[in-house]
Design a binder for this molecule. Structure first.
Ligand code: C2E
Ligand code: CA
Ligand code: CA
Ligand code: CA
Length: 284
């Protein structure tokens, strides 16, 4: 293809490997996929470490591709970011997830409020309609802003100037929680945290993985302990990702982490599974 700008893949090279062609194919198929609603969302429970109760869920998007089967977000989110389609795709995810959360709320009011976490691409922060879209989606669904948490990666916010933080501040003022995702991978200045409108730290999976070794390196433990202490002193709650064993959960509870997410509790799954988990939890 003739390159008309920086946003094109080169496929003229006959040696182009299958991967490049697939990337190209996936990229060009994205708009139709969105129009045909080939995407779907799985929900993974967020669990209160203190008592094991389900607090909510993170929405994780998948693409049910007619030829390639179910594709993980790592395969297509970067392509959607590259083409700008991440904005309508992100809006679709937010709308679906918020409506789902509202439905859970209505189906079992007695199970306590279930929160919904939705990932926000850094590209969406640059989109001027982010705040108004979010307000509209919340209002249409009837979900209260306090039940929504938007996850933004630490790397997206490192060195972010005030213009980039402004939409997040506005959302935070409305009561939407902002989580700093993949925390610990971005070398951010810890003192910098004070300046960000975040209320949740999501400790990256690499920390949890370190706790799978036995014996656990005491330095690793002290690092997590330090981060948790700092987070709590700044009034942030701490969520840990990638909890795969009961031993990890015990350790992380002892270290003072608040919320956990991982295969030990449940893999991402269809919305009804979360409903069941939360219900069992409320009854038992
Ligand atoms: P993330 O936000 O860090 O999400 C957590 C990832 O860890 C998910 O991968 C989840 O399935 C996986 N995971 C959960 N528990 C465990 C565990 O115990 N062990 C291990 N090894 N993995 C676990 P997934 O669903 O493939 O998503 C990958 C990434 O794609 C996400 O990472 C997020 O950055 C991105 N993503 C997913 N959905 C969306 C979306 O709607 N919008 C945007 N912008 N990004 C999304
Ligand atoms: Ca996330
Ligand atoms: Ca994460
Ligand atoms: Ca991650």
């Amino acid at each position: 293809a003739k390159s008309a700008g920086g946003n094109r893949y080169e496929i003229a090279d006959p040696e182009a490997d299958a991967r490049t062609i697939t990337r190209y194919g996936l990229t060009t198929a994205l708009p139709t996929a969105l129009a045909r609603e080939e995407f779907f969302i799985e929900y993974q429970p967020l669990v209160n470490l203190a008592d094991g109760s389900v607090r909510g869920a993170e929405a994780l998007v998948r693409w049910s591709h007619p030829q390639h089967g179910t594709l993980s977000p790592d395969r297509f989110i970067p392509l959607a970011e590259h083409t700008g389609l991440i904005v309508p795709l992100g809006r679709w995810v937010l709308d679906q997830a918020v409506r789902q959360a509202r439905e859970w709320e209505e189906r079992h009011a007695d199970a306590g409020p279930l929160r919904i976490n939705v990932n926000l691409s850094p590209h969406q922060l640059h989109y001027p309609g982010l705040v108004s879209d979010t307000v509209e989606i919340l209002q249409r669904s009837g979900l209260s802003p306090g039940s929504l948490c938007l996850e933004v990666t630490e790397s997206a916010l490192i060195g972010a100037d005030d213009d980039l933080l402004k939409p997040l501040r506005r959302l935070a003022e409305m009561g939407v929680d902002i989580a700093l995702d993949d925390f610990g991978t971005g070398y951010s200045n810890l003192a910098n945290l004070r300046r960000l409108p975040v209320s949740v730290l999501k400790l990256d999976r690499s920390f949890t993985q370190g706790m799978q070794r036995f014996p656990v390196d005491p330095v690793d433990l002290r690092i997590v302990e330090g981060i948790v202490g700092l987070a709590h002193s700044l009034d942030l709650s701490v969520t840990v990702e990638g909890v795969e064993t009961g031993a990890q959960a015990d350790q992380l509870r002892e270290l003072g982490c608040d919320t956990a997410q991982g295969w030990y509790y449940a893999r991402p799954g269809p919305p009804d599974r979360l409903h069941e988990l939360a219900l069992v939890d409320a009854v038992g």
